[in-house]
Each structure stands twice: as C-alpha cells, then as structure tokens.
Write a new protein. Sequence first.
Length: 277
Amino acid sequence: MIICDLHTHSTASDGQYTPSDLVSLAKERGIELLALTDHDTTDGLEEAVRAGDALGIRVLRGIELGAAEYSGLHILGYGFDPTGLEPLCQKLKESRNNRKYQILDFLREKGCPLTLEEVESIAGGTVIARPHFAQAMVRRGYTESNREAFDRYLDTKEFRQRVKRLKADARTCVATIKAAGGRVSLAHPYQTGLEGQELENLVRTLADYGLDAIECYYPKHTPEQQAFYLRLTEKYRLHATGGSDFHGERVKPEIPLSALPLDVEWLVTQPLNAGSR
C-alpha cells in the first residue's frame, strides 16, 4: 500500500496552486504518490514531475476528461505519454476558450456582468474555467461563495443547456489515453447521476472500451455508494482508485487533499518520475 491522492487540480486548469506548489503541499501532508489530473490539459505535468524529483515525492502524470454522454461523466487517465493526448487536448482547449464568451453573456443576462480582463487575471494565463468566474463573482459581491455561484448560476440546468463546450465521447477518451500508454479510471461515479443497474451498464460499457479502474474512494461518496462501486470492481475485474478532487481552499474549501492507502502496483509499472519525457 502507498499513501496516495490520485485526483488533484492545479492552476494549469481550475485549481488554486501551481503544479509545483501542489506537489510541495502533498509532500507536507505525507502523500507518497500524487497524480495531477487537470481538466482537459497536460500543461502542468512536467512542472509537477520536476517538483516531485526535487522534493522526493512520486508524481504520476494524469488528466481528467469530461465525456459527452453525461454531464457528470469524467474519465481519469494515468501514466500516459503526454504527446499522445496533445491533439485532443488542443481541440478541447479551443472549445473552452470560446466558451468564456458564452459564460460572460449568460452572467450579464442574469444581472452579474463581469469583464473578461478580471476573469483572466484570476485564471493567471491558463484556460478560463467556471471556478475562475465563480471567484470573480465573489469579488464583485454577486455571491458570497464559489459554491453559491455554482448553485445559482454556473451549474444550473439552464446554464448547461445554453453554455456548451466540446467533449469527446467516452470511447474516444478511453481509447486516446490507452493509445498513449495510459491507464483509465471512472471518476466519482455518483456525479453521473446513475445508480444501480444503470450505473452497472455504464461500467460494463466502459470496461468493454478498456476501463481499468473505478474511483471508489472519494470524499462525497456515501458508504453505501463506495461499497457498491467496490462490488463493481470485483465483478468486472477492475481496480479501485481514490482521490480528493482537490482544487485548493479558495476554490473548493470543503475538499482537502486525501491521504489514501491504495494498492497501486498495477498502476506503477516504472519509476513514476521517469515516465514519458
């Protein structure tokens, strides 16, 4: 068993900490294996790996891809060659860049006008994501917290219907990661909104595509959900992963880094900080 957090985010997408600062924080928390899994990008991975080398913490290259089938269907990739994901990531980046104008228009209609410049200053040069808008809304006094910004504006049914971005289908997400030499886990299954047989059907389909694992250990899973997900891993001969989905105290204050004892021998087939360079 190794003390792990296999689901974290940095400033390369919508997290609070730079990749190197995130690795330093993980080291302080006693984490032995950290996976950086930013949304739709590999931009922060090499910085994280270098920080891991310097600090003596093992870093696993990762990514979190949103799949098109369900709004909450996310695919985690681990241990891949980043060059193999570049074409897909570039398409997703262009779509996210275009989406920022849709979000500005949507918020303006809701009586919460923001300027692109103030949101960009929060993003710090990375691709703008919804948490950056949420932070700008708090600064303006439109909402009292990031959570309120999401609940009232940025994660509503109307928002999801009107503000669109490109997502690859699950088969493409899995195939792209596997073709780049990586392993694949289904992130936080509860967010798909599926339960029971419907979720099992999804897992069976993903397993046919090449799924390796399910993120069974996650802060918002109930004990009953966790037990069900573990049973699915046994039934479909998958591995169990776990992680915090850490973004930072300013972005998601309710979610600290996790320190989970996990069996990752199947995932770690080479010295982690020596992987694909």
